[in-house]
Design a binder for this molecule. Sequence first.
Ligand code: BG6
Length: 511
Amino acid sequence: MSGIEPETNPLRDAQDRRLPRIAGPSGLVIFGVTGDLSRKKLMPAVYDLSNRGLLPPGFSLVGFARRDWADEDFARVVHDSVKQHARTPFREEVWRQLAEGMRFVQGTFDDDDAFTRLRGTIEELDKERGTGGNFAFYLSVPPKFFPTVVRQLKKHQLSEGPGDSWRRAVIEKPFGHDLASAQELNRVVHDVFPAHEVFRIDHYLGKETVQNILALRFANTMFEPLWNRSYVDHVQITMAEDIGIGGRAGYYDGIGSARDVIQNHLLQLLALTAMEEPSSFDADTLVTEKLKVLNAVNLPADLGRHTVRGQYAAGWQGGEKVAGYLEEEGIDPASVTDTYAAIKLEIDNRRWAGVPFYLRTGKRLGRRVTEIAVVFQRAPYSPFNTTDTQELGRNALVIRVQPDEGITVRFGSKVPGTQMEIRDVTMDFAYGESFTESSPEAYERLLLDLLLGDTNLFPRHQEVERSWEILDPVEEYWASHGKPEPYTAGTWGPKAADDMLARDGRSWRRP
Ligand code: BG6
């Protein structure tokens, strides 16, 4: 792995973070604008930012795709997506101002004329809407197209703006499919854009509850003293989804759950949960701490005992019969792609030595929930009779990332009555009850940071590469060891995953 080179612009980072965070003159170009992500997340996020007054009046949105659309057709698609998916109420005047800055460029990624037209469109927008030459290029396209698009941007002088304007590249996950492909991709991108203008998206970092991990740990005194191997028995990080793969067969088959979310979202959650306190929250310092802990992550020696992969079979969910993975449209009936993965990791440092981190994810599980559970050791000595405490589990602190955002602390309490009986109770913090402010969508936050040039919430190339380095041996092991174990849709995954924890004398939480 290469050393940590500066990927921030010091002038930009000197901005006072308490000033209102409003983007300056700028525009966004989306490649792959007809895709799901664009319609469900990016377009609504642009509108929501505009509605909240966080975009400049001349903000411009350019779509680039193969469809034979005029600007008005594109604007209509954005309109429908905003109406359907935006978080904030629809306001005609906000929409009108935004729609005036919408342009569509028709073409394929290898089409030189299309990129020449894109350049013309950007120059026009600079004149008409005062975008100042500042444009971000959002690559919401399959990874195999990243190099072509990036090289085209360079070839058509789009990767550098006039004067002191900026040009940025935004890259959606998956960033490669293993270490070698990620390194190659990083080389291609860094060849065209300076490191501080490359924004790799991991939308989990834009979630309010994920940012709160740092607040919980480092703005308080009561948790951190316990946050180590002397008190913590193990940590469980769960990202469970009840949905199947929907219309994403083309993307998902051959990728699977571990590459889809463990390599990025779950390892980022692990890094934030396990890292040391950064001396400040600037991007360079944060990444240094995250990398230190990712570098200390190790896989156990026997991957057959400490990893599990599964694939959903037909079952029932929400009262409806749902198809198994192999019956989904577009899936190879002999596919061995994992839709469930569980991996045990160790962190070899003074704070965490001997404390397992269990990561699991899956589609078509019991319900949609993402949480980080820090499970504490039992009291070293109990003065109570074992019969009094038989219903007492281990103390736990659970960061509920979604959907019921908050934090739960589980501990033992005396059951009211004449006997000494102790049972688990919970103490809850719920965002909805404590705050009147609603949380912005992750993409809203990330798009604003992108336009402001704030790289804090975007993984660096070293983190991405290190995460692949952690996962690659698991994928290699799976590729040469049979098939994923089937599990019935609507359940909590394959039995082998329960066995994996049982062998360690533990069990998965049922969130
Ligand atoms: C994406 C994965 O990164 O995250 C999807 O590619 C997954 O497979 C999605 O469904 C889940 O995101 P969220 O924000 O709904 O938890």
